[in-house]
Design a protein around this ligand. Structure first.
Ligand code: C2O
Ligand code: CU
Ligand code: CU
Length: 478
């Protein structure tokens, strides 16, 4: 087994591993809150959302205009608010500048949709060229939660996401309506996406320029909703933050500077059964966590959200993983608010019984110079697994590498973690998941129902550079 290609000295020099900006700088620009896109009336009365992938200019760092990509704007995209059981028509138009990586498509990450809506208009041909459009219709039927959308053109996903193409999908249902948690978007309920990026001295985005980036693409700035070190004004009460790690590779150990406890209420695919208290929460690429923070005693104060240092495998650490304390977002408690009692229970998350599974599969992730699953690179003409609609399967995922954690993501909806190295998952990992961090040399078992799915889907490492190299496979539900 060949080791990852890595030149730590050179890499360390050029990508200094984040956290190089002291908390005394910054915090002079408000955190942008992506607007909610009001739907228009689509075919059959569906809620129609039109997204246009385009280029623009964003000052990621104040005073340094940067070329970025966004949907309907210069970076990120509007928030799509969907409702369980309500038909959606989702449309994407490519207005990216012409280049050799300009083809695009759209993937609603975490949604359980038919294969032809999962990445549309498909991976074949890698999607739309500039000037082209496509749309799909589906009716979401899954619990309320925080999801996201991003492009998925094989070979260009990482670059396009790195340039800023990503947005939130918030699903609502009767359960979320009834829960006494903050739910006024932009007032006490906020999307907060972290994006680890490598900025050059002039503020421009560097992507895959350094030897080693294909293994550990760690940046030197962690942006929050598209800006470096913004602040957010909040009420002195309970607030809800919908955290998304939109980084390629960087894991974040999220915490408040005073070490206060906060409560996680949802994981990737919706509410947990009950709130889980944390003082630090590790979030890998593509993972989401909704948290409640009590700011009722903080009127007139500010509070820093940062990522704490953590132990990482040596080669990751050499590249900058977990090494620094990274300031992220300053919360300013500027107005009156309401402290809400923490709900004792949130939603029912029935454990899928192991006995329901009719098939067991094995996914071995290896780190060769090429990055492979079960000894193979992604091949669009190869379907790795075929299953009948409605079955339940257990997938055993083993990370053979001792150098890096791989966040494995399965398309087509949500699964549950059965165990890590045979041990039951921690309480915050007992909810619905679509991405699971598989630590070095670890074996994780997940269970998933392939119900109401049809057609082709992919599974892959959500380190997008690994996905781009081919750490991805396909399954087909027949
Ligand atoms: Cu975030 Cu293949 O997806
Ligand atoms: Cu996905
Ligand atoms: Cu990986």
């Amino acid at each position: 087994m060949k080791r990852l290609l890595l030149i730590p000295a050179l890499f360390g020099l050029l990508a200094c591993g984040g956290g190089d900006t002291s908390p005394r700088q910054g915090f002079d620009r408000p955190m942008p809150v992506p607007p909610i896109l009001a739907p228009t009336v689509g075919i059959g009365g569906a809620d129609r959302y039109d997204l246009v992938a385009q280029a623009g200019t964003t000052e990621l760092v104040a005073g340094k205009p940067t070329l970025t990509y966004g949907y309907n704007g210069s970076i990120l995209g509007p928030t799509l608010r969907m409702r369980r059981g309500r038909a959606v028509e989702l449309a994407i138009t490519n207005q990216l500048p012409d280049s050799d990586h300009a083809h695009t498509n759209l993937h609603p990450h975490g949604l359980k949709v038919p294969g032809d809506a999962d990445i549309f208009p498909g991976l074949e041909g890698m999607g739309l060229m500039p000037g082209e459009s496509a749309s799909v219709r589906f009716t979401p039927d899954q619990p309320a939660g925080t999801f996201w959308y991003h492009p998925h053109p094989h070979g260009a996903t990482g670059r396009q996401v790195n340039y800023g193409l990503a947005g939130y999908i918030l699903m609502d249902d009767a359960v979320s309506d009834a829960l006494p948690v903050p739910k006024t978007y932009g007032v006490d309920d906020f999307p907060v996406v972290f994006m680890d990026r490598h900025l050059r001295a002039d503020g421009s985005l560097a992507y895959m320029e350094v030897m080693g980036d294909r293994d550990f693409m760690l940046g030197n700035h962690v942006l929050v909703n598209g800006l470096h070190l913004p602040y957010l004004e909040l009420p002195a009460g309970t607030v809800r933050l919908r955290l998304l790690n939109g980084s390629s590779t960087r894991r974040l150990l999220l915490a408040f500077e005073d070490g206060r406890a906060f409560h996680q209420i949802a994981s990737d695919g919706g509410f947990l059964e009950a709130p889980v208290a944390h003082t630090g929460l590790l979030l890998g690429p593509a993972e989401r966590a909704e948290i409640l923070v009590d700011l009722s005693g903080d009127r007139g104060q500010s509070l820093l959200l940062h990522s704490l240092p953590f132990a990482a495998p040596e080669e990751e650490a050499e590249a900058g993983m977990g090494r620094a304390d990274i300031p992220l977002l300053q919360l300013r408690v500027t107005r009156a608010g309401t402290a809400l009692p923490l709900p004792a229970s949130l939603a029912s998350v029935a454990r899928i019984p192991e006995s329901e599974a009719t098939t067991q599969r094995f996914l071995g992730i290896e780190d060769t110079g090429d990055g492979v699953i079960n000894g193979q690179l992604f091949d669009i003409d190869r379907v790795d697994f075929t299953m009948a609609e409605g079955v339940t399967e257990i997938w055993t995922v083993k990370n053979f590498a001792d150098v890096i954690a791989h966040p494995l993501h399965i398309h087509g909806g949500q699964f549950q973690i059965l165990d890590r190295e045979g041990a039951a998952p921690a309480p915050h990992e007992r909810g619905w998941k679509d991405t699971v961090l598989v630590n070095p040399l670890e074996t994780v078992r997940v269970i998933m129902r392939f119900k109401d799915l049809s057609g082709r889907y992919v599974f892959h490492c959500h380190i997008l550079e690994h996905e781009g190299i081919g750490m991805m496979g396909q399954f087909e539900v027949q």
